[in-house]
Ligand binder design. Structure first.
Ligand SMILES: Cc1cc2nc3c(=O)[nH]c(=O)nc-3n(C[C@H](O)[C@H](O)[C@H](O)COP(=O)(O)OP(=O)(O)OC[C@H]3O[C@@H](n4cnc5c(N)ncnc54)[C@H](O)[C@@H]3O)c2cc1C
Length: 434
């Protein structure tokens, strides 16, 4: 199980436990039968858990807090954001079902229509429609936005546009919560934790609304060279400001033009004094396919970063590097940077050879006495986890750095762990945030 999944379970479990400290099921009375008690309990309880989990989801959308370091990379931070987002929608669903349960019970004849006397529901009746409207429609919109994010059929830019609604929606749901959350509960354990997390998430929402997310990590750069390679471009940028603080294997967001939102690309060059950064950009989709025709020398671009913890920094004396296709970029940066005194084996699989790139890789590997094994899938040379295992004496003594197809990554992780590779020794860069 991935670390993100484990942390998600932990956070969700804590969010489910917390309201138990202050929200309780009251005894039924003749005026307030058990059905209404259970309903009030479920609605209050799931309301608090939904807001706790949704708030953590929103907090994780902000890039400049130190979560990235704790979670071993922005890709992992966004993965956790995704799992928590799904959990928030599921909790919201139970909250919505609980709220509507009286209509169903009345329709089925289990309970009678009643005049509210219980203070919580009385306040709902008095505040009436606007607050309920926000809650109900907030839930429907969250479901649609989450579905668009999860279903890869929807293009990435459509997912990004629809995601922009979330901070506004979140602030409206905070209003919904403030109206309905019982005032006496704010000074309980759940009330205080909820208040702190909601405050942080509200700040995160404003950071997103005002476009400040990652802004203190931005610099301008100029395109100083463009070369083509197999199905892609090698682009060299000259950054206006000092960007020497990145580590090999990190990535930046590049906005080549103002109309398109920034795209993440790994830095493929060594850390240098000249502020020059090189990128290998594969024509992978709608936007990257247009770059060959649109990029111009001396064009100004915006850089944001560096981000990522795929930096080859560990204590293992023997590292296994596994790259697939364009996933070779972080490894090139590492090979070009400081000489390493570790033993390294590289396994590189790709569809079609780019002679220039392979020649360069081989030269870098020879310089550093590193074993490079190549697998060209168009020649039926398939790389498998078993194949890697056959060529390594003791995988449990190594650390593995993987950037390539997710399915191969999962295969390698599961097989190597069966061979006693500790989980923390398998590092994977995800070339996707969705
Ligand atoms: C950490 C990281 C490092 C990467 N490094 C490289 C690299 O060195 N070289 C390289 O060629 N590619 C790299 N990529 C992938 C690259 O970002 C996508 O191929 C590119 O953004 C596709 O854009 P598109 O509009 O052409 O494709 P689309 O057809 O729109 O999308 C294809 C896929 O790319 C991803 N994507 C699209 N737009 C964005 C965006 N704005 N932000 C995040 N993901 C997006 C989505 O997962 C989408 O499913 C990296 C991705 C990540 C997450």
């Amino acid at each position: 199980m991935s670390n993100c999944l484990k942390i998600s379970f932990l956070l969700i479990a804590a969010s489910l436990m917390l309201p138990l400290a202050s929200i309780s099921l009251q005894p039924a009375s003749t005026e307030w039968p058990i059905f209404w008690e259970i309903r009030a309990y479920i609605v209050n309880y799931t309301g608090v858990t939904t807001m706790l989990i949704m708030s953590m989801t929103v907090i994780l959308s902000v890039k400049h807090w130190p979560f990235e370091k704790w979670l071993a990379g922005l890709d992992k931070q966004y993965k956790l954001h995704k799992y928590l987002g799904i959990a928030a929608v599921l909790c919201g669903f139970v909250h919505w079902l609980g709220f509507l349960s009286d209509d169903l019970a009345m329709d089925l004849g289990y309970i009678e229509t009643k005049q509210e006397t219980y203070p919580f529901w009385k306040s709902i009746t008095q505040l009436g429609d606007p607050a309920q409207f926000i809650g109900e429609w907030g839930f429907y919109i969250s479901v649609v936005v989450a579905a668009i994010a999860l279903i890869k059929y929807f293009p990435h830019h459509f997912f990004q546009i629809t995601h922009k609604i979330i901070p506004y929606l979140y602030l409206l749901l905070v209003l919904h919560m403030l109206i309905f959350f019982e005032a006496s509960l704010w000074l309980t354990a759940s009330g205080l934790v909820l208040a702190a997390i909601v405050l942080l998430a509200s700040i995160a929402s404003f950071i997103n609304i005002f476009g400040l997310n990652g802004i203190n990590n931005c610099t301008e750069a100029k395109i100083v060279a463009i070369n083509s390679f197999n199905n892609g471009l090698e682009v060299t940028l000259q950054a206006a400001e000092n960007i020497q603080h990145y580590r090999p294997g990190q990535f930046v967001f590049i906005a080549f033009d103002q109309k398109e939102s920034p795209h993440p690309f790994s830095i493929a060059s060594k850390v240098s004094q000249t502020n020059e950064l090189r990128f290998l950009i594969k024509a992978n989709g709608d936007y990257t396919s247009t770059l060959a025709d649109t990029l111009k020398l001396n064009q100004t671009v915006k850089l944001e970063g560096p981000y990522g913890c795929f930096d080859f920094n560990d204590k293992a004396a023997h590292q296994i590097w596994i790259a697939g296709g364009i996933g070779i970029t972080p490894f090139i940066s590492a090979l070009e940077s400081q000489p390493t005194y570790k033993k390294i084996d590289i396994f590189y699989t790709y569809k079609q050879a780019d002679k220039g790139l392979l020649k360069k890789l081989q030269a870098l590997a020879n310089d550093r006495n590193i074993t490079l094994r190549l697998y060209e899938t168009s020649n039926n040379e398939r790389l498998s986890s078993k194949d890697i295992l056959k060529r390594i004496d003791r995988i449990d003594d190594c650390s593995v750095w993987f950037c390539g197809p997710t399915s191969l990554g999962e295969q390698c992780k599961s097989l190597f762990q069966q061979e006693k590779l500790p989980e923390k020794s398998f590092h994977q860069e995800l070339f996707s945030f969705r």
